[in-house]
Design a binder for this molecule. Structure first.
Ligand code: GEK
Length: 246
């Protein structure tokens, strides 16, 4: 169903801001796999981790679900009774395709957890009592001044034995480290078949819409939002995944 990502292969007269529209949806599985080091490992293990924190009679949220990869992993790994998985995205094109993928998964496997797929802005979403909330590469697309507020709402919704699972691209505060790891990420993209033109045009498309923080900024903000601990469980180059406990 997914096409190879050639969105930035030809020179664009003017590179416009990146948007999660139908063109992106068509190539998304290929794009994210070739751009985010460790993506498949992160997605699979978010299910494994979620199974340790999920509590009966609570919701498990996949916020900024895109095509629902994390929700699919949660459905396969979490066995607790009476949990409800809720996948949320504000891109109509993503949600439409997500529903198709989820229907295909439901048809293929028995005994999957129930799922609700919602088109909504996570900034306006009323969160039900939850035990696991995943923000898998989503917070980086939220305007910086709204990030603390959403983390505070997530903290408020979380069961004491639950967890926020958050993955992000990060920057490094020390410039030589930033240069080294940034270059290694570019090498990863080259190794996955992206040309210099594709890498450069994608970078300018994301410049104004994906604003990344350092690990320290994430940690401090999560603590300010009320979380008691922040534990990195995965890093590959400048891509990390953290477990934040209420
Ligand atoms: C995955 N988690 O495959 N409200 C709802 N959704 C939003 C908002 C918002 N305010 N802002 C951005 N999004 C996925 C990958 S992609 C990351 C997540 C990437 C959505 C946006 O529409 C997009 O689908 C997603 O967040 C970010 O594990 O493409 O690098």
């Amino acid at each position: 169903m997914s096409e190879p990502d050639r969105l930035f292969a030809q020179p664009h007269a003017r590179v416009t801001d990146f948007a999660f529209n139908e063109d992106v949806v068509r190539v998304f599985p290929d794009m994210i796999k070739r751009s985010v080091p460790g993506y498949a490992t992160i997605v699979e293990n978010l299910g494994v981790i979620a199974a340790q924190f999920a509590q009966p009679k609570t919701a498990l949220y996949d916020l900024g679900c895109s095509l629902g990869a994390v929700s699919q992993s949660l459905r396969r790994h979490v066995q607790q009774d009476a949990v409800k998985i809720v996948a949320v995205d504000n891109s109509p094109a993503m949600i439409e395709r997500c529903r198709e993928y989820m229907a295909a998964q439901s048809a293929m496997y028995e005994q999957l957890q129930p799922i609700e797929i919602i088109e909504a802005d996570i900034l306006n979403l009323q969160l039900e009592p939850s035990s696991v909330i995943a923000l898998n590469f989503t917070l980086q697309f939220i305007v910086p001044e709204k990030r603390l507020g959403i983390l505070q709402r997530i903290h408020h919704a979380l069961h004491p034995k639950g967890a926020l699972l958050i993955s992000e691209k990060v920057r490094f505060e020390e410039s030589t480290e930033q240069m080294l790891i940034g270059d290694l990420h570019i090498a990863f993209k080259r190794a996955n078949g992206y040309s210099e033109l594709e890498i450069a045009q994608k970078r300018s498309a994301l410049e104004n819409v994906m604003l990344i923080d350092s690990i320290n900024v994430h940690r401090e903000r999560l603590l300010e939002a009320g979380f008691s601990s922040v534990t990195p469980w995965f890093q590959c180059f400048n891509f990390i995944s953290l477990i934040a406990r209420p």
